[in-house]
Design a protein around this ligand. Structure first.
Ligand code: ADP
Ligand code: ZN
Length: 600
């Protein structure tokens, strides 16, 4: 393992392995198969990149996404590793050159799209080359149930049949057991060792706020906690993506849209901008995200509810891959619950599917309505039951909601829905409860019902929160025609009869200045000299990235630049000690950096 550590230090410039990296690397370097489950940002790439450098021959990396391959190869070349990719973005002539170099043994790593790898021509090529290993990245793409399914992935079992002595390492950040089983079965990994890391992402702060005016709350959140940071905002529909991006832009946020309805060229262009430029906010549907390995995404925001905890975890996991502080923020309201419930009801799927979808949604709603640590709930959902100490880094730990006995209030709400015929939405029911004498109330004669005006003691927002929770808890059910009318579920009977109590949560008002300001102080704003240095280093990095045609983070991560500012090394020996500065980068950039650091 000495050799592996040397490679980590000298080539990648990192001081120590993280989590299970060392174990996985030693396993693969010995020529054994494994399946690695590690959260996003856990450092999966090094698990095959280092064995690739330790073993004879070329490591073939199967990857489903072109952009991801490009960035990985660019990053490897930056540290001086011989790597290339083969996919449809190359001209025939360029692909021929890569193939020639492959046979000549020029590469340590070759990234290949699965459809190309599986051609008999390419497999023949491989049989003429010494092979270090096969790495199957994003291995959950074999799963037909996930939305990242790639049919070609299923055929990857051929690798083992053709090259039985070459070790295989499959990797994924998808945590659930069903997918894990599918990967083992379909890739023929029965004998492989399983490496499962904790799925906790301690640097991500989870926040779920009551939605009153989603995009205004989002803007506040961005301004207060993530001004100028790169982030992703997820919306459910293409239309909402467009509108939100335009609105944020109008408010001075550098926001651009991404969804499957945009032309391929615009999608590509926007993705490139997001990856290459600093501080871009991508407003997107879930069509955007898989394979985005940008390490410095500082926040992921949801303006609409995802479908499940798996989805929520996967999407929020794109924040903070570099291990620095990041946020997962969501605004959630009654409309979201109604919308998602209706989508399930109205889907064409069979009952079994609907039932599964409803159960998954309920688990997510329980997370939204939680009164205890969100992180513990997330981890428990993924069967990580050993975690039992509240995290101190979620909204609930930082700002516990008030829990109150909502039985009487719930009874009022339920009987109001009942007395008005179970055909009205929350807005109208709240008018009746609060005794608002609107035209609609008079038109239906609801100023005469017994529940008229019995809820004056609560404000509109408080009532909305009550209705939201009653729907989330399943006491009230939205119709499936989209009118938003609410009717009583069977379970509400015991509540109405007073045989059961219900606890409701009252979320603290959205606070402009959160208790602990979360913004990463990467501008060194309190120290003008350090700030100046930070600005100069970033400008230098932008220049280099542009000249090399790579994203800025491929040159150096923010974390590396920050460390440079903090310790301000003055010699190459001191520079070598900074995390992220390996031998190749030192040779390439050392002089430039020292000039900047010495203030010359
Ligand atoms: P994953 O593929 O698991 O999401 P990556 O392989 O992209 O994660 O790694 C996430 C980030 O962490 C990368 O930018 C990588 O350079 C960095 N990283 C990985 N391992 C280490 C380590 N041992 N020390 C410091 N940084 C690391
Ligand atoms: Zn917590």
């Amino acid at each position: 393992m000495h050799q592996a550590l040397n490679i980590l230090n000298d080539i990648f410039g990192y001081a120590a392995f993280r989590g299970q990296q060392a174990e996985v690397i030693s396993h693969v370097a010995k020529g054994q198969d494994c399946l690695v489950l590690m959260p996003t940002g856990g450092g999966k790439s090094l698990c095959y990149q280092i064995p690739a450098l330790m073993r004879e021959g070329v490591a073939v990396v199967v990857s489903p996404l072109i952009a991801l391959m490009h960035n990985q190869v660019a990053a490897l070349r930056e540290v001086g590793v011989h790597a290339a990719f083969l996919n449809s973005s190359l001209s025939q002539a360029d692909a021929a050159i890569v193939e020639r170099d492959l046979i000549a043994g020029e590469y340590d790593l070759l990234y290949v799209a699965p459809e190309r790898l599986l051609t008999s021509r390419f497999l023949d090529l491989l049989s003429r080359t010494p092979l270090a290993l096969f790495a199957i990245d994003e291995a959950h793409c074999v799963s037909q149930w996930g939305h990242d399914f790639r049919p070609e992935y299923i055929q990857l079992s051929i690798l083992h049949e053709r090259f039985p002595s070459v070790p295989r390492i499959a990797l994924t950040a998808t945590a659930d057991t069903v997918t894990r089983k599918e990967i083992v079965e379909r890739l023929g990994l029965d004998g492989a060792t399983l490496f499962i890391s904790s799925f906790d992402r301690p640097n991500i702060r989870y926040q779920i706020v009551d939605k009153t005016n989603g995009r205004v709350q989002l803007l506040d959140f961005i301004r207060v906690e993530h001004d100028g940071d790169a982030g992703i905002v997820y919306c459910l529909s293409r239309k909402k993506v467009e509108e939100t991006a335009a609105w944020l832009k109008n408010q001075g946020v550098y926001a651009i849209p991404y969804h499957a309805g945009l032309s391929a060229s615009i999608r590509r262009e926007n993705q490139e901008r997001f990856l290459r430029e600093d501080g871009v906010v991508m407003v997107a549907t879930i069509a955007f995200g898989m394979g985005i390995d940008k390490p410095d995404v500082r926040f992921v925001a949801h303006l609409d509810l995802p479908k499940s905890i798996e989805g929520y975890y996967q999407e929020t996991g794109r924040a903070g891959r570099d291990g620095q502080a990041a946020s997962a923020w969501m605004a959630y309201g009654l409309g979201d619950v109604v919308q998602q419930r209706r989508m399930i009801d109205n889907s064409e799927a069979d009952n079994k599917f609907k039932q599964v979808a409803a159960t998954k949604l309920d688990a997510l709603l329980a997370l939204c309505e939680a009164t205890t640590c969100r992180r513990l709930r997330l981890l428990h959902y993924f069967d990580e039951t050993t975690a039992d100490i509240p995290c101190g880094n979620c909204d609930i730990c930082l700002n516990p909601p008030v829990v109150w006995d909502g039985t009487v209030v719930a009874q009022k709400a339920l009987s109001c829905a009942y007395r008005t015929g179970q055909r009205f939405g929350a807005g109208h029911l709240i008018d009746v409860l609060r005794g608002n004498n609107t035209e609609r109330v008079r038109q239906w004669g609801h100023d005469k019902v017994s529940t008229f005006g019995i809820g004056k003691d609560l404000g509109d927002n408080a009532w909305r929160a009550v209705f939201r929770q009653l729907v989330a808890l399943g006491y009230l059910v939205p119709d499936n025609e989209g009118h938003g009318s609410l009717f009583l579920a069977e379970s509400s009977r015991t509540l109405l009869k007073g045989q059961q109590t219900v606890l409701l949560r009252q979320q603290p008002e959205f606070q402009k200045a959160s208790k602990k300001p979360h913004q990463v102080d990467d501008s060194f704003s309190s120290d003008p000299a350090a700030h100046g240095l930070w600005v100069r280093l970033r400008a230098w990095r932008t220049d280099v990235a542009r000249t090399h045609g790579v994203p800025a983070y491929v040159v150096f991560h923010d974390a590396t630049l920050k460390e440079l500012v903090r310790i301000c090394p003055q010699t190459e020996d001191e520079l070598r000690l900074v995390s992220g500065v390996g031998a190749h980068k030192l040779e390439r950039y050392g002089e430039d950096l020292i000039e900047i650091l010495r203030g010359i």
